[in-house]
Design a protein around this ligand. Structure first.
Ligand code: XMP
Ligand code: MG
Length: 189
């Protein structure tokens, strides 16, 4: 497989991701079963756009009759740095009052986005709010935050692929890789 020239090093292959996501879907389903939470009370909320490949893979493995919903939050201003004050650009379609919300996110970095989002969904009277993230970068935390279910914990580097972007690009790489940021200086899209 020819790698994209902006890749410094592949961290997670497509195969590794698929295997882990199937395990995660089972873990999460077991959590709800154990707590006697019925399918009809679960809403699976993807945070666009980064969640798309992960959400699709997760949802197909999550063998429950649950509702799909999405939100758009802007927390990155296009480049490599995250913004402290996340903003809701697209809100939920469904009423989540008394529902068990599962947030599906691509990556947790500073913790600002998900901490803000959890508070927001709780204020809308969700019965519970859990977070499943494909990737966690614990080294990037600026505030305390822990996802309930984590696919992979990685080093504190800027990563691309499998939904993760650089300036809206590279989301369609089938793997997750560390980006070669030095090459960006002379790179022409
Ligand atoms: P915070 O910092 O609020 O960030 O936890 C969550 C959002 O920031 C984006 N993010 C990244 N996007 N490569 C990316 O392509 C990265 O290494 C990275 N780290 C954070 C991402 O959109 C996430 O939802
Ligand atoms: Mg995101």
């Amino acid at each position: 497989m020819a790698l994209h020239p902006l890749v410094k090093r592949v961290l997670l292959t497509e195969e590794q991701i698929k295997t882990r996501v199937a395990e995660l879907a089972t873990e999460v389903a077991e959590h709800y079963k154990k707590n006697n939470i019925k399918d009809k009370d679960i809403v699976v909320v993807g945070i666009l756009k980064g969640c798309v490949p992960f959400y699709a893979e997760f949802f197909m493995n999550f063998k429950q009759d649950v509702v799909m919903d999405f939100m758009v939050i802007s927390s990155y201003l296009g480049g490599l740095k995250s913004n402290k004050q996340p903003k809701i650009n697209l809100d939920l379609n469904s009423d989540i009052k008394n529902k068990h919300v599962l947030i599906v996110e691509d990556i947790v970095d500073t913790g600002h986005t998900l901490s803000f989002l959890k508070d927001y969904l709780k204020s809308r009277k969700a019965a519970s709010v859990n977070v499943v993230t494909l990737v966690d970068k614990p080294g990037g935390r600026k505030i305390e935050f822990e996802a309930n279910f984590i696919g992979f914990s990685i080093e504190n580097e800027f990563v691309i692929g499998y939904g993760l972007d650089y300036d809206e690009k590279l989301r369609n790489l089938p793997y997750i890789a560390i980006m070669d940021t030095d090459k960006l200086k002379t790179w022409e899209w």
